[in-house]
Design a protein around this ligand. Structure first.
Ligand code: CP3
Length: 352
């Protein structure tokens, strides 16, 4: 797949942006910053826009999804937008009954737990992604030279919701299926990789300048299982973007024990959670890749001086990297004061 001529990376709108430069291994004088989950409940304008609309309905209403995506860029001054949607949107568009329950997360009507359940999963019809393409088009027109980041859920994270039927602490049922029926497991993860790959591709074709895979629950896997039974499927999801030259970010929560396995999966940038200092993460990765991260979200609720000192420390630890994109180690907590986020963006931009 090659990008169309009017794509922001091709026509030059975003190719010299701080984000794209840092993701390609450059060190612009100002470091780019954005926040995972920057669009959402911490913003009063988000709560107002969402009033009376279900989460997944909001995701599939192009002008509403576009407006919510743009809100944090206007208010916080971040260097990128991240498309407002959810990792289960392509699952829904492939015909699986799923809702998002506030305060809980995605809940699946009929969990997928057997070979016959997996056989019933249908491929995602590319036409079903039309509302995604439309929303991304509106966002990209509104952003000008600010890049949009596409995202998708990693196959294991998606599979965990399908098998458990909802959020779970340790994904035990999911891992039980993985070890007891490897054939069904591989078929399920391939399906997840294909729907997430198609979702990422639709966002990139419609104008996103970077893409991130959220491997949120990989931290519950053993190293051996991650390497053998999960990583090949994450690679398959990333492969959906091969040939586009859009920088790809791989973010894994609790990925410390497998960081050295990530470069082979294919991303150009690795997202780091708050558990390891950046220089230690870089050493474990063992390849000179730009890193994204890793301000501990807990500091967003601490006195400003502590947050400021912590953010500066993160930046000093990122000084020697081939590229550094400042972010949190996980998503913005809903109770965060947006003024604190805006002040943090100013600090990052003022700091060498
Ligand atoms: O980062 C962004 O600003 C873009 C939007 C985004 C959302 N979900 C919007 C959302 C992104 C990137 C996601 C990814 C996502 N969704 C992940 C991976 C990232 C991670 O956090 O590790 C996961 C595991 C999900 C599944 C999911 N969806 C959960 C756990 C929840 C929270 C449920 C709750 O109410 O606490 C959701 C719902 C969700 N996705 C909300 C938003 C803004 C909240 C919906 C609301 O306003 O009620």
């Amino acid at each position: 797949m090659t990008l169309p001529a009017g794509h922001p990376l091709v026509d030059g709108r975003t190719s010299a942006s701080l984000l794209v430069r840092a993701m390609r291994g450059d060190r612009p004088a100002t470091r780019p910053v954005w926040f995972m989950r920057q669009a959402g409940r911490s913003l009063p304008e988000y709560r107002a826009a969402r009033e009376g609309t279900e989460m997944l309905e909001a995701c599939l209403t192009p002008d509403l999804a576009a407006e919510i995506t743009l809100q944090p860029v206007r208010r916080l001054g971040v260097d990128a937008a991240v498309y407002f949607s959810d990792i289960v949107v392509p699952v829904l568009l492939a015909g699986v009954g799923v809702r998002i329950v506030s305060g809980r997360g995605p809940v699946v009507d009929e969990p997928v737990r057997s070979a016959s359940d997996v056989l019933r999963l249908r491929p995602l019809d590319p036409d079903a992604l039309a509302p995604i393409r439309e929303a991304v088009g509106i966002v990209v027109d509104g952003l000008g030279s600010t890049p949009l980041i596409a995202f998708g859920g990693a196959p294991y994270t998606l599979a965990s919701y399908l098998v458990e039927g909802g959020p779970s602490k340790d994904q035990l049922r999911t891992r039980a299926l993985m070890v007891s029926d490897p054939h069904t497991w591989a078929a399920l993860l391939n399906w997840c990789a294909d729907v997430t790959g198609a979702f990422l591709r639709a966002q990139v074709e419609a104008g996103a300048s970077a893409a991130q895979l959220f491997d949120s629950w990989m931290g519950t896997l053993s190293r051996g299982d991650y390497q053998k039974r999960v990583a090949p499927h994450s690679r398959r999801a990333f492969d959906a973007l091969r040939g586009t030259e859009v920088p790809r970010v791989h973010f894994g929560l609790g990925a410390g024990e497998v960081l050295d396995l990530l470069p082979a999966i294919g991303a150009e940038v690795i997202g780091i959670d708050w558990r390891l200092p950046l220089e230690a993460a870089a050493e474990r990765i063992g390849a000179p890749l730009p890193l994204q991260g890793n301000i501990d979200p807990a500091y967003l609720g601490a006195p400003w001086d502590l947050l400021a000192a912590h953010a500066r420390d993160v930046m000093r630890r990122g000084d020697a990297l081939p590229g550094h994109i400042v972010n949190l180690g996980h998503g913005v907590p809903p109770e965060t004061d947006p003024d604190v986020l805006a002040r943090l963006v100013e600090l990052v931009h003022a700091e060498p």
